[in-house]
Design a protein around this ligand. Structure first.
Ligand code: SF4
Ligand code: SF4
Length: 437
């Protein structure tokens, strides 16, 4: 598999890029799921009837890859219940009724004198990858391997989404300070800010950071989806390739989203953990698209109401952008730590042409940024041929959707890849069980 600058030119639709984020009023109720990160669910430490303030710990980290969770409002825990999330699974959620007082918990900034203190602070802050990945940040930072390149992801390559753009414009000083903090404790060779060329104002702000810090360079990249895919970004900024089964740190790289970086500074200054999120609210159905600062756990419908409600009934509501976003079952689901946008799309925006037979044109292969042949995955999956699935690169696929976007036969290639991944995972588990017998 060879990396490339394949991918697709998608319409940008960055309608909200020039609008600074506004804070919405605190909702009456928040429902905070215990799974807002990759890894084990957090374990609730509150019960119905408990009073909480903004920043009170409501669930502790459970296991090495997990993350603690904090209350985003002041009020009373009304229940801990199972909640349907967009993956189709039911997960426990802490439901809190706000008292409208917005009382903050008694918090102090963390005391940091060493790398260990820094990683512990990042862990306690509840920080996860805010660009959408949700991987606990402290796990990424907890490495003894040399960090040659620390890449700050400011690409924001999905259509519509502008929340990172606003962070780079409005919170550039926080990003600059976070670079100094990270350098002090993780001893980085070079910081690279990767940013797409369609973000002129943000590029100026990032260039100003580089002008004051000799360890920082800004790489302005073509506006081409999926520029922000981790492996794609590493390749396009350093020319290093992260092979299948390897991590960025194996090639001396860490990739961290720009909003994640800005949060580090805020937390270290105030001790306030991750309790709110700036998200882009857009799509043809939304009356007043904007970037909104939202308490985590707020129902999407409350956020849409804050944006004037709908002009027309949405055909689909998405967490995230139209390329990698996930369709939600209803607007009652909450804003999560890793939510960077919610879109309410109309019929025209969700139109999908009728699927026809594969014509073996090879466009999907020539489009995939990771050099995978999606058609080979489809064939191997049809045959349930697991060794062939592996060979075709099923473990490497990042589900970016470029192949499906360009397929003239409108084949559902990403859905096939997702199902193939599940089948391959099950096959591997079976193999492991057999080996351990
Ligand atoms: S792009 Fe579509 S039609 Fe062309 S080879 Fe790939 S799956 Fe087949
Ligand atoms: S979804 Fe997977 S196979 Fe398709 S273009 Fe993206 S990485 Fe390649």
């Amino acid at each position: 598999m060879a990396f490339s600058l394949h991918g697709v030119n998608v319409p940008h639709r960055k309608n909200t890029a020039t609008i600074p984020a506004v804070r919405m009023p605190v909702p009456k109720t928040v429902s905070i799921p215990m799974v807002m990160h990759i890894g084990k669910p957090a374990k609730p430490v509150v019960k119905a009837g408990d009073h909480v303030d903004i920043g009170t710990l409501i669930a502790e980290q459970d296991g090495f890859i997990s993350s603690p969770i904090h209350s985003s409002v002041s009020g009373t825990v009304t229940k801990i219940t199972d909640m349907l999330v967009s993956t189709g699974a039911f997960v426990p959620a802490v439901v809190i009724e706000s008292d409208g007082e917005n009382t903050k918990a008694d918090l102090t900034p963390p005391v940091i004198n060493s790398k260990e203190d820094f990683i512990e602070a990042v862990k306690k802050s509840g920080l996860v990858g805010l660009g959408g990945a949700g991987f606990p940040t402290y796990v990424k930072f907890n490495t003894d391997k040399p960090i040659e390149h620390f890449i700050i992801n400011g690409t924001e390559c999905e259509p519509y989404i502008t929340s990172d753009t606003r962070t780079m414009i409005d919170d550039a000083d926080d990003i600059a300070e976070a670079i100094e903090i990270v350098d002090k404790y993780l001893n980085v060779g070079q910081f690279i800010i990767g940013i797409e060329k369609n973000k002129k104002e943000a590029i100026e702000k990032m260039n100003a950071i580089a002008a004051k810090n000799s360890k920082v360079v800004v790489k302005v990249l073509p506006s081409r989806y999926p520029q922000g895919g981790e492996k794609v970004l590493i390749f396009n900024t350093t020319k290093k390739t992260v092979k299948a089964g390897k991590l960025p740190i194996d090639v001396g790289c860490i990739v961290c989203n720009c909003t994640t970086m800005a949060f580090i500074t805020k937390y270290i200054k105030t001790g306030m953990p991750l309790v709110e999120k700036t998200i882009t609210v857009d799509g043809a159905c939304v009356k007043e698209p904007k970037n909104v600062i939202v308490p985590i756990g707020t129902a999407l419908k409350d956020v849409f109401d804050f944006c004037g409600g709908f002009k027309e009934e949405p055909q689909k509501i998405l967490y995230g952008g139209p390329m990698m976003g996930i369709s939600v079952p209803n607007a009652e689901v909450p804003v999560l730590k890793q939510t960077n946008a919610i879109l309410a799309l109309n019929k025209k925006e969700v139109y999908a042409p009728k699927q026809t037979a594969c014509i073996r044109c090879g466009t999907c292969l020539n489009t995939c940024p990771l050099g995978i042949n999606p058609e080979a995955i489809s064939r191997a999956y049809d045959l349930r041929d697991m060794p062939k699935l592996k060979k075709a690169g099923i473990e490497v696929c990042m589900e970016c959707g470029c192949c499906a976007y360009n397929c003239p036969a409108s084949r559902p290639l990403v859905q096939i890849n997702k199902m193939a991944k599940i089948a391959y995972r099950e096959y591997k588990l079976e193999q492991e069980k057999e080996a351990n017998k």
